[in-house]
Design a protein. Structure first.
Length: 387
């Protein structure tokens, strides 16, 4: 028997979710032919076949999570016609067969010879308990085992079945939402967050003003005024960065993506608009390359426009700072309100703002000056070309 395991996908990723199988049992495949599409927290990646052969079995269903090193497919009769078989026959060691394209974000592939595949779920339960779970519609990965060494018992499954009947079944997080949960929990555990709130007077803004572009330009100006917030901090090492690369929160049905718009300070408004449009389209189509989702030096959460609905609420918020960045700017929905200037009452417009920063490396004074510079740039009269 020869099994092809999920290869190392790079970026420290340990698991992936099956999105779509391109092959089924009995299919004949060529070397480098895509076998399956898998989703990581970075992107959707096609995993190609490391050899030509016939598929004997696919070991995971669509929606299943598979760990790196766990089997994906079995090749029928593999070995006799394999140019590497004389080196590996009769052993349990992994070997590389074929070469995977580097642009598929796959570094190596592994075969296990003569060994049965291990369960991809990591759940400790007997076959009869698994059968009971299937009959009751219970997802074993969400059940805490009360048996020896954490094994799930029939009583555990029946208890979960009663809960499902009363309250509906639970749903395991997967893909982007699973990654979001992990990243937010990790950030909450490590960052010491403090948030400042204020408003920018945007009464003079034109109706067609591009809010996100103005925010990006203002962030670039504020980073120049207070470079301490355009930085990475990890393991007690602080790195102040010259280039302003802004991570922009994009809300989707699958979860939150944060693509990165590069070198914001050096780009004119029209170029920023085009870059934003491209990133949003790539996120929507799930075609964004992994490298476009990393390397931000500071983050923008324009939650005032995230929901895209007149019924959406949210003036102020405290977005999460995700290491290694040390700051995130939040912007709410523009509000009309009575305002006073020079003793005169008038109808004005304000843009609610928040600045959450990591107090381990950013002082209150630095954050206050950054927010002040941000507001000053938002309240400036934009150049005609920026409109």
């Amino acid at each position: 028997m020869r099994y092809f395991a999920l290869p190392d996908l790079g970026e420290g990723l340990q698991e992936a979710e099956i999105v779509e199988w391109y092959v089924s049992e009995g299919d004949t495949v060529a070397i480098d032919q895509p076998l399956v599409a898998v989703e990581t927290d970075k992107a959707i990646v096609d995993v190609p076949s490391p050899q030509a052969g016939t598929i004997g079995q696919c070991f995971a269903a669509v929606g299943d999570s598979v760990n790196v090193g766990e089997p994906l497919v079995e090749f029928k009769g593999a070995g006799a016609d394999d140019k590497h078989s004389e080196q590996t026959s009769g052993t349990d060691k992994a070997t590389v067969v074929g070469e995977l394209p580097q642009d598929a974000a796959v570094k190596e592939d592994r075969f296990t010879i003569g060994a049965a595949p291990t369960a991809a779920t990591g759940v400790r339960a007997s076959p009869s308990v698994r059968a009971l779970a299937r009959r009751l519609g219970v997802e074993l990965s969400g059940v805490a085992g009360s048996g020896a060494d954490g094994r799930i018992t029939a009583e555990d499954v029946e208890r979960a079945g009663r809960v499902n009947a009363s309250h509906g079944p639970s749903q395991s997080l997967s893909g982007v939402r699973k990654s979001m949960a992990k990243n937010m929990a990790r950030a909450h555990a490590s960052v010491v967050p403090v948030t400042l709130f204020d408003e920018a007077d945007v009464t003079e803004w034109q109706a067609q003003e591009d809010i996100t572009v103005r925010l990006l330009q203002a962030i670039a100006a504020a980073c120049q005024a207070e470079p301490q917030l355009n930085a990475w901090f990890d393991d007690q090492q602080l790195r102040l960065l010259q280039q302003v690369d802004v991570g922009i929160a994009v809300d989707t049905e699958q979860g939150l993506f944060v693509p990165v718009l590069r070198d914001v300070a050096q780009r004119p408004a029209e170029d920023l608009r085009a870059g934003l449009a491209r990133l949003r389209d790539d996120v929507k189509n799930r075609s964004i390359p992994p490298e476009e989702l990393r390397g931000a030096t500071i983050t923008l959460s324009n939650y005032g426009s995230l929901a895209g609905s007149s019924q959406a609420a949210g003036s102020f918020g405290t977005p999460i700072v995700v290491p290694p960045t040390v700051a995130i700017v939040g912007a709410g929905r523009i509000q009309e309100k009575p305002m006073v200037s020079m003793g005169e009452l008038y109808a004005g417009k304000t843009l609610p703002l928040s600045l959450t920063f990591d107090h381990r490396v950013v002082t209150g004074g630095e954050a206050s000056r950054f927010l002040g510079a941000l507001i000053a740039d938002l309240q400036r009269e934009p150049a005609v070309i920026d409109r």
